[in-house]
Design a protein around this ligand. Structure first.
Ligand code: SAH
Length: 454
C-alpha cells in the first residue's frame, strides 16, 4: 500500500535534492519528488502521480523557506527547461554539486575516503554560454523563439536568457521581430511547414567574434541577403553567417549541408594561449571562462614536466590535447567524429604544435593499436560523454598501466562506476575536483586523478 494517493494535499518536509534538482520528501519511507522545493523546507504539496515505489507532487506553498532559496531572476524560469536550479543561491548550488559528486563517489564508487574538493565555481555565474541554439516556431499566429520547455518541444517564448551572451539576446529578439517582415516563415514541427528551424549563435570569448547559423528546412533561401543585413545591423561583431539545411522530420538540430552565406567559415577563439578555429558544427565547451579552469585542473593532475607522452581519449577538436601539448613531449588524441579530428589537426597546425598526432576512431580500438605499435603513454586523459568510458577502454588502461590517469567527467555516476573498476584493477584515486561548467543547471563536471599503485 502506498502511504499517499493521487490528488491528496499534505504538508511534508523536504530532505534532499535529486540530481535533476527536484526536492525529495519521504512519507513513511515513500519518496515524493517535488519540483521547485528545497532541502530543509516544509512545503504544502498536491500529489500528482503515484507509482509503485515513488511519486510526484506539485509545490503549492513553502512554509519555511530554505536560507539558500532565492528569487529566480529569469522571467521564464518556471516554464523553460534550460535551467533547473535558479531558485537555489549560487552558494547553495555549489554545495549541491559537491554533494552530488561525493555521494556518487561514496555510494557507487565505494570510495568514501577519497577527497572531493569544494567546487570551483564562477565569480559571476551568468551570461556564460558561448553557444545558444534557439528554436523558432509559430504560436497563435505569432512568431515565438526561446528555449524548449522541460521534456517537451514546446517553446518557452522569451527575449532574454540570462545564461547566454547579450549578443544572443539581441539576435533572438531582433530576428523574431523582423522575421515575417522579411518574408520567412518559422518552422512548425507538427506540420513540417515553414522554413527557419533554429538560429544558433556562437561567440568566441577571446576575440569577440560572432557566428550566426540559420538552420533552414530547404536549401533555397532567397531572403538570405536580407537576413544577413539584419543580423549585421543587430550585432556588428558578427563575422560569419552560415546556413545549415535540415530537410528531415526530426528533432536533431543540424542537417548535413552547411553553406557560408556571408563572411568567414569559422570563428577564432583562444584557451590558455592556444588558438582554435571553430566551425558551425564543431563540438566546443560552452563555458569558456570555466573551460580554462577545467583544463587547468586536468593539467595540474597530469603533472607534466615536458618529458611525458600523453594520450587524450575522447579528444573532440583537440582542445585538451593542444592545451597539454605546450607542456608535454608528445600528445596523441583520439575521437570518434572524423570532422572533429580534421579540426584538431588544423588547430595543431595553426598553433605550430607539431608534437601531436590525431586519429579518428573509437578510443577503445585505436588506443590498443597504438600500444601494439609501441606508442605508450605516461599519462592518459579521458573525457568521455555522459555514459562514461567504454568497458573495453577501461580494460585497455588496466592492461597497459599508464602511471597516471586524469578522468574528466560530465556525469558523477559514470565517473564513480569507472573509478571503481580502475581501483579494482590497481589504481588509486587521489582526489576529485568538481568544476562548475553549467551554473543555474544541475549539470556537474568533475576531474579525478588516479595513480597506478606501486
Ligand atoms: N575533450 C573534448 C570533448 C569531450 S566530449 C573537449 O573538452 O572539448 C566527448 C567526446 O567523446 C565527443 O567529442 C564524442 O564525439 C567523443 N566520443 C564518444 N564516443 C567515443 C568513442 N568510443 N571513442 C572516441 N571518442 C568518442
Amino acid at each position: 500500500m502506498k502511504p499517499v494517493s493521487k490528488n491528496e494535499r499534505l504538508l511534508v518536509h523536504v530532505e534532499d535534492l535529486t540530481h535533476d534538482g527536484a526536492g525529495v520528501a519521504k512519507v513513511e519511507g515513500y519518496p515524493l519528488f517535488i519540483h521547485g522545493a528545497l532541502p530543509g523546507e516544509d512545503v504544502h504539496i498536491h500529489v500528482l502521480k503515484t507509482l509503485k515505489s515513488y511519486g510526484f507532487a506539485k509545490l503549492l506553498q513553502v512554509e519555511n523557506a530554505s536560507p539558500f532559496r532565492v528569487e529566480a531572476p529569469c522571467p521564464v524560469f518556471d516554464t523553460c527547461g534550460g535551467c533547473q536550479i535558479q531558485h537555489l543561491s549560487y552558494e547553495g548550488q555549489m554545495t549541491f554539486k559537491r554533494k552530488l559528486v561525493r555521494d556518487a563517489i561514496t555510494r557507487i564508487g565505494k570510495l568514501p575516503d577519497v577527497p572531493v574538493h569544494a567546487v570551483k565555481g564562477m565569480e559571476d555565474p551568468w551570461r556564460y554560454r558561448n553557444k545558444s541554439q534557439i528554436p523558432f516556431g509559430m504560436e497563435n499566429g505569432r512568431v515565438v523563439a526561446g528555449f524548449y520547455q522541460s521534456r517537451s518541444h514546446r517553446i518557452a517564448d522569451t527575449d532574454i536568457c540570462l545564461i547566454q551572451t547579450p549578443e544572443a539576446d539581441t539576435l533572438m529578439a531582433g530576428i523574431k521581430q523582423k522575421l515575417m517582415e522579411i518574408g520567412i516563415e518559422p518552422y512548425e514541427e507538427e506540420t513540417h511547414r515553414g522554413q527557419l528551424r533554429h538560429v544558433v549563435v556562437r561567440k568566441a570569448r577571446a576575440t569577440g567574434e560572432i557566428m550566426v547559423v540559420l538552420i533552414t528546412k530547404k536549401r533555397k533561401f532567397p531572403q538570405a541577403a536580407r537576413v544577413v543585413e539584419l543580423i549585421r545591423e543587430l550585432v556588428p561583431e558578427t563575422v560569419s553567417v552560415v546556413q545549415n539545411v535540415n530537410p528531415e522530420k526530426t528533432n536533431v538540430i543540424f542537417g548535413d549541408e552547411t553553406i557560408t552565406v556571408w563572411g568567414k567559415d569559422v570563428i577564432e577563439d583562444k584557451i590558455g594561449g592556444v588558438r582554435f578555429e571553430i566551425s558551425a558544427r564543431s563540438f566546443y565547451q560552452i563555458n569558456p571562462e570555466q573551460t580554462e579552469v577545467l583544463y587547468g585542473q586536468a593539467l595540474e593532475y597530469a603533472n607534466l614536466t615536458g618529458n611525458e607522452t600523453v594520450i587524450d581519449a575522447y579528444c573532440g577538436i583537440g582542445t585538451i590535447s593542444l592545451f597539454l601539448a605546450k607542456r608535454a613531449k608528445f600528445v596523441m588524441g583520439v575521437e570518434i567524429v572524423a570532422p572533429a579530428i580534421e579540426d584538431a589537426k588544423r588547430n595543431a597546425e595553426l598553433n605550430g604544435l607539431s608534437n601531436t598526432l590525431f586519429e579518428a576512431g573509437p578510443a577503445e580500438q585505436v588506443i590498443p593499436r597504438w600500444y601494439k605499435e609501441g606508442r605508450q603513454a605516461d599519462v592518459l586523459v579521458v573525457d568521455p560523454p555522459r555514459k562514461g568510458c567504454d568497458e573495453q577502454l577501461l580494460r585497455t588502461i588496466l592492461k597497459q598501466r599508464p602511471q597516471r590517469v586524469v578522468y574528466v567527467s560530465c556525469n558523477p555516476a559514470t565517473l564513480a562506476r569507472d573509478l571503481r573498476i580502475l581501483e579494482d584493477g590497481g589504481y588509486r584515486t587521489q582526489e576529485v575536483q568538481p568544476v562548475d561548467m553549467f551554473p543555474q543547471s544541475t549539470h556537474c563536471e568533475a576531474v579525478a586523478w588516479l595513480q597506478l599503485e606501486k
